[in-house]
Write a protein that binds this ligand. Structure first.
Ligand code: NAD
Length: 278
């Protein structure tokens, strides 16, 4: 994408943390941004900040649960009617699901993968045909995590599985989208100051029953992000630059280099020299 000026962006989970950081960075560079979020309290807080930052004419908000396909289709229709479609889709909504995987119920798999992977799939399925149809080209940013590229502690197995799928899907989708004039980046952050510890509050009622993660999520709620974690506005600026540069991978942190090498080495060491090994 050569310029961000006068583009229209749609950011899921855009009322908090990384999504909101991206929203502000894009708005400052001339983009009209719609933030779509599950949480009305996050939206209210974000809009106050938007006004204080003098960005009220550049950022609007609506409520959306990214796992609700019908609602997704309805807001996409609204974007077509009110904005003439969107140019930039940021599939950012995610939940920091964690817990001992052997204690997980189906509810935990459905919650973690439903938002972290299903939300991205729903975003792509809903918006890509519309972005292709309007013919202006565009850009997609999928939010994965460095958790996708290293071996994580077992408590993060569901989270990492969803993020690995988003990373892989993004890498494999990029070429096909390029043929339609749509660029794609996948964002892989590590520690960013946000409300990611609020997984318990974002869990829908019907996926509370049968969960084995009640205790882990309650303890996570008491563990807010560290003050030394990266500022989401900095992440937003890095993402805006990444879109303009057309980077496939946008990686914000260097801390996991050794863990990434170690993971890749273990995999490569398992690869036989011969084409077939019996
Ligand atoms: N914060 C980190 O350290 C970190 C690291 C790597 C990756 N990430 C990823 O970044 C993305 C943003 O997370 P964050 O850290 O800014 O957390 P956050 O909780 O501050 O922001 C996520 C937003 O998504 C919204 N959301 C949750 N479920 C939703 C749903 N079903 N539909 C619509 N919106 C929903 C939340 O209300 C929240 O406003 C996530 O995909 C997360 O996995 C975060």
């Amino acid at each position: 994408m050569r310029t961000l000026q006068d583009k229209r962006a749609f950011i899921t989970g855009g009322a908090s943390g990384i999504g909101f950081g991206i929203a502000k960075a894009l708005a400052r560079r001339g983009v009209f941004v719609v933030i779509a979020d599950l949480r009305p309290d996050h939206i209210d807080r974000a809009l106050v900040e938007v006004r204080e930052a003098g960005l009220a004419s550049s950022i609007a908000a609506l409520t959306l649960d990214v796992t609700d396909r019908a609602a997704f289709a309805a807001v996409a229709e609204r974007m077509d009617i009110e904005l003439g479609g969107i140019d930039i889709l940021v599939n950012n909504a995610g939940v920091g699901i964690e817990g001992p995987v052997l204690e997980a119920g189906f509810a935990d798999w459905d919650y973690g993968l439903g938002v972290n992977l299903g939300g991205v799939i729903n975003g792509l399925q809903t918006f890509l045909p519309r972005m292709i149809a309007h013919g202006r080209g565009g850009y997609v940013v999928n939010v994965s995590s460095l958790a996708a590229a290293v071996r994580m502690p077992a408590n993060y197995a569901i989270y990492a599985a969803g993020k690995a799928a988003v990373l892989n899907l993004s890498e494999n989708l990029r070429e096909e989208l390029a043929g339609k004039g749509i660029g794609l980046s996948v964002l892989c952050p590590a520690f960013v100051r946000s409300n990611i510890h609020e997984a318990a509050l974002n869990r829908p009622e019907h996926l509370r029953e049968g969960s084995g993660f009640g205790a882990s999520e309650a303890s996570l709620l008491q563990r807010p992000p560290g003050n030394d974690w990266l500022d989401p506005e900095t992440v937003g600026e890095i993402v805006a630059d990444g879109i303009l540069a057309g980077r496939l991978h946008i990686v914000t942190h260097g801390e996991f280099r050794d863990k990434m090498r170690e993971r890749n080495k273990t995999l490569m060491d398992a690869v036989p020299e011969a084409a077939f090994q019996y």
